[in-house]
Design a protein around this ligand. Sequence first.
Ligand SMILES: C[S@@+](CC[C@H](N)C(=O)[O-])C[C@H]1O[C@@H](n2cnc3c(N)ncnc32)[C@H](O)[C@@H]1O
Length: 226
Amino acid sequence: MAIDYPAARASLVRILSKEIRDERALDAIGRVPRERFVPAPLRQHAYENRPLPIGNGQTISQPLMVALMIQALRLRGDEKLLEVGTGSGYQAALLSHLAREVVTVERVPELAESARRRLADLGYANVRVHVAGEALGWPSDAPYDAISVTAGAPAIPRSLVDQLAMNGRLVVPVGGRRVQQLVRASKSDRGVTVERLGECRFVPLIAADGGWPERADSHNGARATG
Ligand SMILES: C[S@@+](CC[C@H](N)C(=O)[O-])C[C@H]1O[C@@H](n2cnc3c(N)ncnc32)[C@H](O)[C@@H]1O
């Protein structure tokens, strides 16, 4: 029997609305076809509240975790935003509804290319996808009003704080290779304020400056929420 994706999407939004207060984030989740961002054999699971493998040892994050991260960014709609970790492009698609401009970088060229194609096919015109370069993030387009990091870092990456605009927010999982705390760092003229938002499990951020070294077992897709 054919799956009724719009109904499944609406049901996911109802589930998330028990924990998420950001109405704009919920509205975006109700618009973006998550089934287009997961591998075809897994489409029937697209609206389950769990991460799914997307190839190359990486994951599309759990919808609740995506919603919590977006809520933590406190977006109004006029922001220039950086996402580190494009993956499938799903979160970038949500963010394109919620910010003025989205720059997203992905370390794995194959994932960046398929996300770029998918986002273009779906008409997300305010998203630019880049293959990550030497430096973490995308410094040439900085500063950003908001930065979302969808992979876990050992500590808040200094280079990403440097890419934040004044009054900007950086949301990043920080901790061990497998378990982290979701953290929001807010930049003001008085310095950087850090808040801990709860436990999470993301695949590792791989980077020489502010990430983990690459390792053969560098993914934890089976246990990740993100
Ligand atoms: C949990 S997945 C991202 C999920 C994605 N936001 C989505 O909606 O599908 C984390 C991604 O971060 C990428 N990544 C890890 N280190 C990175 C880095 N230094 N720069 C850019 N991307 C990185 C991984 O390759 C992986 O695709």
